[in-house]
Design a protein around this ligand. Structure first.
Ligand code: FDA
Length: 411
């Protein structure tokens, strides 16, 4: 895919041939700009390929500002409004890519995520985009000549461009090419970074909790989980290291260690996760109806929760006696604990297992219309490298398409 004979001057160089970078390059190329797409990986768009279990959850029918985390919560509004899920669906329909809807408005390819990669690559070909891949970027400097605002030192030689688009993504899954290069370029040009942390990631439990629950690995049930501003209802899954499943992945984006809290001050997150084990019922009424039962509390709870979990959870609290041996106050305490089981994770499985990164280039220095750095004409950031992080459900790709499109129309 690399083309060593490309000219060394371009209107636009896009660093990172992932979701946002390819979208941006295709749009700019189709507007007649001379575009080079550069990536250090040898395989194209690996994150798209592995996404959604290989079927790419490419967008969601219900996309809004509330589905994103950012220190600058309204930043994503403009770009999302100008390139909507409908626009992306229209494109994939035009390319004849079969797709289907799953729960919560999530849209997936019927066949393979490769269909999305092929469509984006075809868009780049229509825009006569040049490729440098694999290509290492060694340094970026401000250029001196007209039309050469940036000069790049790369393994393909020196490349000059008028617009530089940073589309290097987040830090998750380093083994397929994630790197902090985008943050370093931002810092070099005086832009701030919101400290990154892994998100949409399983949480780990401290050893004393793990010994109680580790035999339950693989067990899953419906729960509500809350952390900071995050509130979700989906399946919770026990693992050998702690907790996972969609509800935990969602709240993990809001979970932050006490150290992160101390260093970064108030954010929309928290260090504890509160789980409602009885999301469908008024648990106090449910218990009151069974207050005279001679059945062990654990066995009663097993009507609603997996039996082994119910027993382990009661055991941990010394509540393994018949329901009729609990007085009213104690039943209040049981109800409160069932609807507000507080856990204090001691970490996450880290970037190796995270789907995305919370934090990144601080958007307060960027134009929400074009993604250009206000103080550095010609320097753009698109996709996950920015401090805009979507919930699970196709929101991160929709941000990549929308921000890539916005910059592609401007460069
Ligand atoms: P992306 O990561 O796609 O691309 C960045 C590119 O920059 C890469 O090609 C990389 O090689 C390149 N790069 C990095 N450093 C570089 C350097 N130093 N020099 C040159 N190139 C460099 N989202 C969603 O909406 N639906 C889903 O189904 C999923 N599923 C999913 C599964 C898994 C396992 C993961 C890890 C992630 C997801 N996501 C997801 C998240 C989604 O993949 C992610 O948010 C987007 O790919 C972000 O698009 P970007 O273009 O910003 O980065």
């Amino acid at each position: 895919m690399s083309n060593p004979s490309h000219p060394s001057r371009f209107d636009v160089v896009v660093i990172g041939a992932g979701a946002a970078g390819m979208m941006c390059a295709a749009e700019a190329g189709q507007r007649g700009r001379r575009v080079l797409l550069l990536d250090h990986a040898s395989r194209l768009a690996e994150k798209i390929r592995i996404s959604g279990g290989g079927r790419c959850n490419f967008t969601n029918l219900d996309v809004g500002v509330a589905h994103y985390l950012s220190r600058n919560p309204q930043f994503c509004r403009s770009a999302l409004a100008r390139f909507t899920p409908g626009h992306f669906i229209e494109r994939i329909n035009r390319h004849g890519i079969p797709w289907h809807e799953r729960d919560h408005g999530q849209l997936f390819c019927d066949d393979s995520a490769q269909d999305i990669i092929d469509m984006l690559r075809a868009g780049c070909e229509d825009g006569k985009v040049s490729w440098a891949m694999p290509c290492t970027l060694d340094a970026v400097a401000a250029g001196q000549a007209p039309g050469e605002r940036f000069v790049l030192e790369t393994s393909h030689g020196r490349i000059a461009c008028d617009n530089l688009v940073v589309a290097t993504g987040g830090l998750s899954i380093p083994k397929i090419g994630a790197s902090p290069l985008g943050y370093r370029i931002a810092e070099q040009f005086g832009l701030a970074i919101v400290p990154p942390r892994p998100a949409l990631v399983p949480l780990t439990l401290p050893p004393e909790e793990l010994t109680i629950y580790q035999d339950l690995a693989g067990m899953a049930f419906d729960a509500v989980a809350e952390c900071g501003d995050g509130h979700f209802r989906e399946n919770l899954l026990f693992t050998h290291r702690g907790l996972s499943g969609p509800v935990i992945l969602q709240v993990s984006s809001y979970w932050q260690s006490r150290d992160y809290e101390k260093t970064n001050g108030a954010t929309c997150g928290g260090a504890q996760v509160t789980i409602n084990l009885f999301p469908a019922d008024d648990v106090r009424d449910w218990l009151a109806e069974r207050a005279r039962s001679k059945t062990l509390l654990g066995n009663l709870l097993a009507e609603r929760l997996p039996k082994r979990f119910a027993h382990a959870w009661c055991e941990q609290r010394g509540w393994n006696r018949p329901a009729n041996q609990f007085n009213g106050k104690e039943l209040d305490a049981v109800a409160a604990a069932l609807s507000g089981w507080v856990i204090a994770p001691n970490g996450t499985l880290g970037y190796a297992k995270a789907e995305v990164t919370v934090g990144g280039v601080d958007t307060r220095a960027l134009s929400s219309k074009t993604m250009e750095a206000r103080a550095v004409p010609g320097l753009y950031f698109v996709g996950e490298v920015m401090d805009v992080t979507g919930h699970l459900g196709g929101y991160n790709f929709q941000w990549a398409w929308a921000s890539g499109y916005a910059a592609g129309q401007s460069v």
